[in-house]
Design a binder for this molecule. Structure first.
Ligand code: F3S
Length: 388
């Protein structure tokens, strides 16, 4: 891969150890995927934040980077952590809390903003055609497909390296020839709820792996497309989809989705019929509109004593939605920031069964949380929480 003089100096260690390590990661990646050069990125979004998923060795590595001068050269934001500072912090051990705080502080020392959300696009929306280096698969697919920004699906180390250098190798979805759809999906059904969109995403992700679908007949809102993309990127590696077929070119491979595919997927995502201990909304973190929808659905209802309702969002959205937050909290729900179910230790809280409107959460919870799950649309989730 071609390097400028300054990039070569960084690789040779002339700009400090932290920058050298970051450059080594980017060069290795670029060589592996045949990139010819590095390109600047408008922002980097980092995973690898939750203490639940971070090893001690990884924390030591972050410490070393911060001690040796690592500092972001582009706007850099963080994915959710394992707890929030109002509710969960009171339920976990001091060791968990202090280790989590340590991780966030290390990132902050490197000028990486502790946004602690998987929806950085609500804080600062990337413009079309801007190059990004984002980890967090749900944000990547949303950025590429809904916002038409350009990012590969980064891992935690490569997103961190891109943040510290301000650049990423030019390969994959940074190149127009790799952004063309290669499967035409014919949707023979009308999707009705956000959980239908999520189930479609799980179904397509399993079939497509990393192919790029153009989905003919898709008419979702941006929030429904968010559910679709997050789910597709969970069961597969898809990082980009289109909501209509290309006007000029033809696609050779075709796939048809029937109502039965959606229902079969929902059945597979249902590992329990029991009354849930936890009802969870907000994967990916709720938008302003989603918070309002939850508030309208739960207004004048009461969450049952034997059930918890968690609604996860970013601090940015929560601060803008105080009226809706008040309604949800008056009903007995918790509107949480900085965290979510999958990156926290819900089983340790005795929450063994959950109902959610997120196909991504229903897909992962049985393995990542070792709890049973069920996918239901929002209305049914609220009924489960409030006992209608
Ligand atoms: Fe976000 Fe957690 Fe879902 S990080 S995408 S709410 S698993």
């Amino acid at each position: 891969m071609y390097l400028t003089r300054q990039e070569q100096q960084t690789l040779d260690g002339e700009h400090g150890w932290a920058n050298q390590i970051a450059m080594k990661i980017l060069v290795r990646l670029g060589d592996l995927y045949g990139a010819t050069k590095l390109i600047p990125v408008q922002s980097a979004h980092l995973s690898g934040v939750s203490y639940k998923h971070l090893s001690d060795a990884a924390i030591d590595f972050l410490n070393e980077l911060a001690d040796k001068g690592g500092s972001a050269k582009t706007t850099a934001t963080l994915n959710p952590s394992s707890l929030d500072t109002e509710y969960l912090i009171k339920h976990y051990s001091q060791e968990r809390v202090s280790q989590q705080e340590k991780i966030i502080n290390l990132y902050s020392r490197m000028q990486i903003r502790p946004t602690l959300t998987c929806t950085p696009y609500y804080i600062q929306k990337p413009k079309a055609n801007q190059h990004l280096a984002w980890a967090e698969s749900s944000a990547v697919v949303y950025a590429n497909s809904v916002l038409n920004a350009w990012t590969n699906r980064e891992g935690a180390p490569s997103a961190l390296a891109a943040a510290l250098i301000g650049k990423t190798p030019n390969y994959g979805l940074h190149q127009p020839q790799n952004r063309k759809p290669n499967v035409l999906v014919k949707l023979g059904i009308k999707l009705q709820t956000e959980s239908d969109y999520g189930a479609l995403g799980i179904h397509l992700g399993e079939l497509l792996k990393d192919k790029i679908p153009a989905i003919d007949g898709l008419r979702g809102s941006v929030d429904e497309l968010k559910q679709l993309g997050a789910a597709m990127a969970s069961s597969g590696m898809t990082a980009l989809f289109y909501t209509q077929p290309p006007l000029k070119s033809k696609i050779a491979e075709t796939l048809t989705v029937e109502r039965k595919d959606i229902e079969d997927t929902k059945s597979k995502l249902r590992t329990t019929d029991e009354k849930p201990k936890l009802v969870f909304i907000g994967c990916p973190h709720c938008s302003f509109n989603e918070l309002r929808t939850v508030a309208l659905a739960i207004d004048n209802k009461k969450v049952r004593d034997d059930t918890e309702l968690w609604v996860c969002t970013s601090r940015h959205i929560k601060n803008k939605s105080s009226r809706y937050v008040a309604i949800i909290e008056r009903a007995g729900g918790h509107v949480m920031c900085d965290t979510c179910v999958l990156v926290s230790w819900i089983k340790d809280l005795g929450l063994y069964t959950l109902v959610t409107n997120s196909a991504k959460t229903a897909f992962y919870a049985p393995t990542l949380n070792e709890v049973d799950a069920r996918l239901e649309p929002l209305k049914r989730c609220i009924e489960s929480a409030c006992g209608a």
